[in-house]
Ligand binder design. Structure first.
Ligand SMILES: [Zn+2]
Length: 455
């Protein structure tokens, strides 16, 4: 396969400024339950390919489903690029790479029968359904995908990567007095071992436990509060509210953001460090090369409180005269790579959780994420769970905790950073490509003057 792709690129590469072929071959299974019912069970094989050509700054993207049609599709991509190209192609230079990335797999999901997978999901689903009579319904799913990705470009790079992902999601919906509905959710992710799915009963049960606990909660008192975010919500905040603004394609197209996001600008306290790090092993956003063949990196988006870097594809780096960062990613080879995050998080600080809450007379502890939206600098997130903080202690649970504000003001208002940073799996959507595997990380964060909306 590799030789065929290389031969095709060398046949056509002189006709355009840049030519790239990507191809994914994979095998996947998925199983899902909804309530007590088996919703879907599926095994599939797929091959998808994508061709990008660039000529005089004009890009084209064409997909293909088999090597037999490769020449026709490449010719199509070349003529489309020539049709739109009127300026100059600016791609930040990167080293030429020849590599085969082999995967270390402990227990391969391809060696586990569909029946055994079904039994595992069914059992976890049963734990949720039987947790409490107030659990109304559940959702439980398990999926795995194993395969190989090829990348060949006209600058001489050829990268073959073995890939594996195993993921699951378990949700419980509880109904209480007066018809109020609460939900709890738990997910897991592994890049190397099917046994990571086994023996996680306690984690699964915690989804139902959280849904039930929230039935008792009274709506939070609205207003401006000192808020402590748990690591999950801190991670989602930094991904959604700040990380997306760091994506250079967004900045490049947005004059106001260029003004707000001048590198070197102070954005928060000196203890604030935000990274996007694809080199941490085994996380959903971890990779050795991005989908333009650029080696993965650890980047400080904010270093010691100062805006220090943004996320680039080769094109945005070239246009903005900055270094490429290995952040061009695609959902699979049938989509073009665009600027995306990998594993994005806030580095741990020095405070224990007790230290962070001990002098809060009245405040809110917001836990996990239910949903949210961002619009430029503005964000609104609803926490999955909340608690009042009173006289330095965690008090009764509260519901309807929505947090909103301006991201730059909120970054400035971060007062204390916990010593307990963790990464959790997430899915990111952008440009019609979702969910892209990423992770979000953070420690507990204490933020002043957050607008908390109650009911
Ligand atoms: Zn996202």
């Amino acid at each position: 396969m590799q030789e065929q792709l290389q031969a095709a690129v060398s046949r056509y590469q002189k006709q355009v400024d840049y030519l790239e072929l990507r191809l994914d071959q994979s095998e996947s299974t998925s199983i899902s339950f909804r309530g007590a019912q088996l919703d879907a069970i599926d095994r599939s094989f797929s091959l998808s390919g994508g061709i990008r050509a660039c000529h005089k700054g004009g890009w084209s993207f064409v997909t293909f489903n088999g090597v037999e049609e490769l020449n026709d599709r490449i010719e199509e991509a070349i003529s489309q690029a020539k049709l739109v190209g009127t300026e100059t192609t600016s791609l930040a230079p990167v080293e030429t790479i020849q590599d085969y990335v082999k995967l270390e797999i402990k227990r391969d999901p391809r060696g586990v029968s569909l029946d055994e997978k079904r039994r595992i999901v069914e059992e976890y689903n049963r734990l949720l359904l039987e947790f409490d009579p107030r659990i109304q319904t559940t959702s439980a799913s398990l999926g795995d995908r194993a395969g190989i990705s090829y990348f060949v470009n006209s600058q001489g790079s050829c990268i073959v990567q073995e890939k594996l992902s195993i993921s699951g999601g378990f949700g419980a919906i509880a109904r209480g007095e007066g018809g109020i509905v609460r939900q709890g959710y738990e997910s897991f992710y592994s890049r190397s071992d099917f046994n990571d799915v086994v023996g996680i009963e306690d984690r699964i049960r915690s989804a139902a436990e959280r849904a039930i606990r929230q039935l008792e909660a009274k709506p939070v008192k609205g207003g401006q509060h000192t808020v402590v975010l748990d690591p999950y919500l801190a991670g989602v905040f930094i991904h959604e509210a700040f990380g997306h603004l760091s994506e250079a394609d967004f900045v490049y197209e947005n004059p106001r953001m260029q003004e707000l996001l001048v590198l070197g600008k102070p954005l928060g306290i000196e203890q604030l460090n935000v990274v996007d790090d694809a080199t941490i092993p085994g996380l959903p956003g971890s990779l050795k090369y991005d989908d333009e063949g650029v080696p993965a990196q650890r980047k400080y988006l904010i270093k010691d409180g100062i805006l220090s870097q943004r996320l680039h594809s080769r094109e945005t780096a070239g246009k903005m005269h900055e270094a490429p960062t290995g952040n061009a990613r695609a959902l699979n080879a049938a989509y073009p790579p665009i600027v995306r995050m990998t594993n994005t998080g806030i580095e741990a600080g020095e405070h224990t959780f007790e230290e962070m809450i001990k002098d809060i007379e009245e405040g809110v502890y917001a836990v996990r994420m239910l949903g949210g939206q961002t619009n430029g600098e503005m964000f609104t997130f609803s926490a999955a769970e909340g608690y009042n903080i009173r006289n330095g202690k965690i008090a009764e649970p509260v519901s309807d905790v929505t947090l909103s504000g301006n991201v730059f003001q909120t970054l400035k208002d971060i007062e204390a950073i916990g010593n307990d940073s963790v990464y959790l799996n997430g899915g990111c959507g952008k440009g019609g490509q979702m969910p892209l595997a990423v992770s979000v990380g953070g420690p507990h964060l204490r933020i002043k003057n957050v607008v908390v909306g109650g009911r």
